[in-house]
Every structure is written in structure tokens, then in C-alpha cells.
Design a protein around this ligand. Structure first.
Ligand SMILES: [Zn+2]
Length: 363
């Protein structure tokens, strides 16, 4: 895409892609020309016109350009330093920033922010959290700027990998919300990432299923963000091997980058790479409203516990960690009752609900 914007002399236009030059039109206007080297979604195209001040940095061969209004320049110079750690984190998990020829840009705007491709816009008050709030309410989000971390994550999921129909936009929002937790894990470790993700549970509604009707320009409900991210974290626990999980994430992104895909492509890829049949699990989380409930029945006289999943998908089968924290036992629960011995009483018997987004009932 070529973007040409004619604006009154003295202002600056920051658009997507690489700045190629400006021309004084002789009538009080100047034309600013930008060139985008990659396919771009229409909604990602952005004209940002203002009295911008510019500063820049580099990460290896990647150019980083920042634009702020004069009165906010000092604040921007402090806050925008977070962009480098963000890029390092996401490059660590998924590979190179997708729009290197266009560079990475962060531009001050009067709204909270948006993932415009290679020209992420920013209006988060130059403060950590989201609009100065602790976004997940568990003390982790005040450590970083939500808009820099979230909107830039869309460069990988949303802008590079794009849903072919808005019905499947969890591919943008569920994944990018999960990327926030990867940023937390990269910076602060796994425990904080799990804590951060579980803070999202309070935002999940389970009223409408995540995948919206196809072909009618409908977007999914808000659950695509938080339930989507908690579901992806559940997949990690199902894979149950972090080395495989990191490779799977990396290869998944690399396989589909610069493409428009649907949920079926994601499921097919995960099934093929893991050798598991994850389709009923994807379907339960994305195509039904309820999350799985693990039903537990204790028989103290026999010293046993019976377990099964209560779900909508008949073929649903999902391993889950149960028993005692630090000594979890994995049971491959299905929708049929199975029984195993346990020395634990009903009140002592735990389920790793911070690693799997599930409900538990005990009787
Ligand atoms: Zn988003």
C-alpha cells in the first residue's frame, strides 16, 4: 500500500510502513508519502497528523521510531523504553518482528490505542497498567504498560496472522491476550504469568460462544480475549511439556505468518503437531458457552474418587492434574466415570485450576 497524506505545512503525518519523502505542494500544504512493504488489513491503515516530535532507537537491525507531542516528549522517552523488552520477548517466542522493512513505530494519539500495522498508536497516559488501572487486579499489570504490550502483540497475531473472517477473531484477541502472559513470563517468570492469566477469570462471562456466525461481519463477544487466553494456557497444560510447547508456538506462528486463516487451520495444525485429537477440546471452549466441569465423587470407605467431564462435546477427553499441588497426578478424564484409589479426603483433593480453565464439583 502507498499512503499519501496532504496536510498543512508544519504538521507531521505518521502512517504505516516506511516514510519515503515529503513534497511541498506550494499551496500551504505538504504531502507526506509512506510505503507499506507487506500485505495490510484495511483497518490497520492509519493517518496520525499532529505537531509530532520524533525520537528513535534500534533493536539489532530493526528501526524503532517514536512520535509524541512536544508537551509529552519527556514522558514518552521514559515510557516507550518498554517497547524494546516487548520486542525481545515476542521475538524470543515467535521469531523476528514481522514487519522489519517497515520498522516498528509507536505514536501518541488521543484514544487508548490500536494495533495499526508497524505504526502502533498509543494513548495510555504514559503510565503502567491500562488507563492507570491494575488491568487483571492481581498486582502484575502495574509493572508494564498494557497498551504497548497488548497492541504491539497484534503485530504477530492480528496483523501477520489474520483471521479470514471476523467470526474467528479470537485468533487476534485470544492469542494477543495470551502474548501478554508470555511477556510476563519472559520478564518475571512462570509463576507471575500464571497469576496474571488467572486474574482474567473474573472477566470471563461464558454467555455466548467465542466463534461468531460466519460470513455476516459479526465479531466474537468479549470472551474471545480472556477466555481465549485461558484456553491457550489450558492447551499448554495438555501438551504438558514446555519444550514442546515453545516449539509448537514458534512453529505455529512461522507456519501461518502473513496469511489469513480460520480456526480449522489452527486446530488442524495443533492436532498434527501434537499427534493428539484436540478437536473436541477446541470445540468445547470455542463453540460452546460452558467451560468443562470436572465432576468428582468420593467414597471414603473404599478410599476412591470417581471422575468424569461434564461437557457439551460427547467425544471430549482431556488430561488434568489432580491430587496434591507439587505432587500432581495426571488423569485422562473422559465423559464416562472412571475410578481410582486416593489417600486424600474430599477437602484435601485438589485440581490444578490455575493451569486448566475448568470448573470442579465434589460430592
Ligand atoms: Zn487486541
Amino acid at each position: 500500500m502507498q499512503i499519501s497524506v496532504s496536510i498543512p505545512n508544519g504538521f507531521v503525518d505518521v502512517s504505516n510502513g516506511r516514510f519515503t519523502g515529503k513534497t511541498d505542494l506550494g499551496d500551504g500544504y505538504t504531502r507526506w508519502d509512506w510505503f507499506v512493504h507487506y500485505p495490510i488489513n484495511n483497518y490497520d491503515v492509519s493517518l496520525n497528523i499532529g505537531n509530532y516530535q520524533h525520537f528513535s532507537d534500534r533493536l539489532g537491525h530493526l528501526s524503532m521510531d517514536f512520535y509524541a507531542l512536544p508537551e509529552d516528549l519527556d514522558k514518552a522517552k521514559r515510557q516507550f523504553t518498554q517497547a524494546k523488552g516487548m520486542l525481545q520477548a515476542y521475538q524470543h517466542y515467535f521469531g523476528e518482528y514481522p514487519f522489519k522493512k517497515d520498522g516498528y513505530k509507536l505514536i501518541e494519539v488521543p484514544y487508548s490505542g490500536m494495533e495499526h500495522q508497524s505504526a502502533v498508536t498509543y494513548g495510555n497516559h504514559f503510565a503502567n497498567g491500562y488507563l492507570e488501572r491494575d488491568w487483571t487486579g492481581v498486582g502484575i499489570s502495574p509493572r508494564f504498560d498494557f497498551i504497548i504490550i497488548h497492541e504491539s502483540g497484534h503485530e504477530w497475531f492480528g496483523n501477520s496472522i489474520t483471521a479470514a473472517d471476523s467470526s474467528d477473531m479470537w485468533i487476534h484477541e485470544g492469542w494477543t491476550t495470551y502474548l501478554e502472559s508470555l511477556y510476563v513470563e519472559y520478564m518475571y517468570g512462570h509463576d507471575d504469568a500464571v497469576k496474571y492469566l488467572n486474574g482474567y477469570k473474573s472477566k470471563v462471562k461464558n454467555e455466548e460462544h467465542i466463534i461468531a456466525p460466519r460470513g455476516v461481519n459479526r465479531e466474537p463477544p468479549q470472551d474471545q480475549y480472556f477466555k481465549g487466553a485461558l484456553f491457550i494456557n489450558t492447551l499448554r497444560s495438555i501438551v504438558n511439556d514446555d519444550r514442546r510447547w515453545w516449539k509448537l508456538l514458534h512453529d505455529f506462528y512461522q507456519h501461518f505468518k502473513y496469511q489469513n486463516i480460520m480456526t480449522e487451520d489452527v486446530v488442524e495444525y495443533f492436532n498434527r503437531q501434537t499427534g493428539m485429537n484436540l478437536t473436541p477440546i477446541f470445540d468445547q471452549y470455542l463453540r460452546h458457552t460452558a467451560i468443562p466441569t470436572l465432576e468428582l465423587k468420593f467414597d471414603d470407605s473404599k478410599g476412591t474418587v470417581s471422575y468424569r467431564w461434564k461437557v457439551d462435546e460427547p467425544a471430549f477427553q482431556m488430561p488434568v492434574r489432580v491430587g496434591k499441588k507439587d505432587n500432581w497426578q495426571i488423569v485422562d478424564a473422559t465423559t464416562d466415570w472412571q475410578t481410582m484409589p486416593t489417600s486424600l479426603k474430599k477437602d484435601e483433593f485438589e485440581v490444578a485450576t490455575d493451569l486448566y480453565f475448568v470448573n470442579v464439583t465434589k460430592e
